[in-house]
Design a protein around this ligand. Structure first.
Ligand SMILES: Cc1cc2nc3c(=O)[nH]c(=O)nc-3n(C[C@H](O)[C@H](O)[C@H](O)COP(=O)(O)O)c2cc1C
Length: 434
């Protein structure tokens, strides 16, 4: 049954609906808490607003930032966020999610260096501080589309994702996984040389490292037990660690919950159905903290292809879930909060604030004020209004928020440059897809 469209005029309206749904979202009118610094390893984010990674599908064929990439990040940098979690950057050509996904190589290192410098300079000039920048290193695995059509490389066959099982040669062997772990080493070296402050070993949204977390049915060293299912991620960290120096840090954007039942989803138990059970996720975060020295973790959930409402609650789109978007927001906030409360000294970035549009800052402030996350991470809002952090921090209303129309995701799926088709129409339109 389609749910109601966003119609709230006040926070009280949201609370009324939330009450009817049996949920309660954190809230604070005092946004000052978002304007406080946060230490992240040797770095300091100037405020508690983070931009979540958002693939723009606007790189050149060889993976360098294109003109639209530079435009996006300069707007982001000027917007005033304390931290920019730079989008997914491929660790090998065959695991790019599109023919225009960024890919960092020795050959295009200078282009990334220039962009990282420009981001820092633009932030400094406009806001008096440079944002902390983390680069997300990815292996797209199941969603590899390096030539514009699917060329999946999967951890295990999964009937929820395949109408008919994929050919055997799509299932990565243990040796191939070992080779792909090593790729994170070279990418980390390049990311540090390019001037990023840290690198994310991406482990979310069912890209390769994330898919392996639920490889219960995979035989051998990378499947079955928890220890085996986290092997790829930890080895990727080890490869990265061996190639970095000084203050540069490693971290992950981590799916703590996939939204699929056992044995096809991480973050559920054999008897929990679709209900989140974060025991293994907490164990994993503990290992990343104690063995890999992560100074921050970015918590997310869901899969953008099969259950997109779990990752980014929305009103409009091709796939209308049988769930009120506020339930999705609540689930994400509870997952984030559970991890943060388990690790009070490890800053956690929360996801999925954009659905609340002009009210999102009050949810963000509520979450930070009650110690349920250290930073609020915004994705689609940054496409709609890159200047939104400065608006929040100066007490202005968000007058041009994301309307969760799904247009940016449609562009992404089509392999076209992604951005806001509502607020940035001169540059982005679905017309291009016709
Ligand atoms: C067009 C588009 C591109 C995205 N690219 C990435 C990405 O590169 N890496 C990632 O971890 N998440 C990616 N996401 C997910 C967002 O970072 C974010 O988790 C999601 O939009 C929910 O947050 P929001 O409600 O603030 O938009 C993308 C989402 C969209 C719509």
């Amino acid at each position: 049954m389609p749910h109601e469209i966003f119609h709230y005029k006040t926070w009280n309206d949201i609370e009324l609906t939330a009450g009817r749904l049996g949920i309660s979202l954190p809230h604070s009118d005092d946004l000052a808490v978002l304007n406080t610094p946060l230490k992240i390893g040797a770095f300091t984010a100037h405020n508690r607003i983070a931009l979540q990674p958002m693939e723009g599908t606007d790189g050149t064929e060889t993976g360098s930032p294109g003109e639209l990439t530079v435009r996006r990040y300069l707007r982001f940098a000027e917007g005033g966020a304390g931290l920019i979690w730079f989008e997914a950057v491929a660790t090998a050509p065959e695991v790019r999610a599109s023919a225009h996904q960024l890919m960092l190589t020795q050959e295009n290192l200078d282009a990334f260096k220039r962009l990282a410098e420009q981001i820092k300079e633009a932030g400094l000039k406009k806001n008096g501080f440079a944002p902390v920048i983390v680069m997300q290193a990815t292996n797209s695995g199941r969603y590899s589309k390096p030539h514009g059509y699917p060329e999946p490389l999967i951890a295990y066959s999964n009937p929820l994702f395949e109408d008919t099982p994929l050919p055997q040669n799509c299932i990565l062997t243990d040796d191939q996984l070992k080779m792909y772990e090593e790729r994170f080493g070279e990418t980390a070296r390049l990311a540090q040389t390019a001037g990023f402050d840290g690198m994310d070993v991406k482990c979310c949204h069912r890209y390769l490292a994330c898919e392996l977390l639920s490889a219960y049915t995979r035989p051998g060293a990378y499947g079955g037990s928890f220890e085996n299912r986290i092997r790829f991620l930890l080895n990727a960290y080890r490869a990265a660690k061996a190639n970095i120096t000084g203050d540069f840090f490693l971290t992950s954007r981590l799916n703590v919950y996939d939204g699929f039942s056992y044995p096809y989803g991480f973050g559920v138990a054999p008897n929990s159905g679709l209900a989140p059970r974060l025991d293994e996720a907490k164990c994993l975060v503990g290992i990343l903290r104690s063995e890999m020295d992560i100074p921050i973790i970015n918590v997310t959930a869901g899969n953008p292809y099969k259950n997109p409402h779990v990752n980014r609650p929305y009103d409009h789109g091709n796939y209308v879930p049988d769930e009120h978007p506020l339930v999705g927001v609540d689930r994400m906030m509870r997952c984030v909060s559970e991890i943060q409360h388990c690790f009070p000294d490890l800053p956690v970035i929360g996801s999925a604030f954009s659905y609340l549009r002009q009210f999102a800052p009050y949810l963000a402030a509520g979450m930070v004020a009650q110690g349920s996350c250290a930073m609020a991470g915004f994705g689609r809002m940054a496409f709609a209004d890159p200047g939104f952090p400065n608006k929040i921090l100066s007490g202005q209303t968000l007058d041009a928020p994301c309307v969760t129309c799904g247009g940016c995701a449609k562009l992404l799926r089509a392999g076209s440059p992604a951005g806001c088709i509502v607020r940035d129409r001169q540059f982005y339109s679905l017309e291009a897809l016709k």
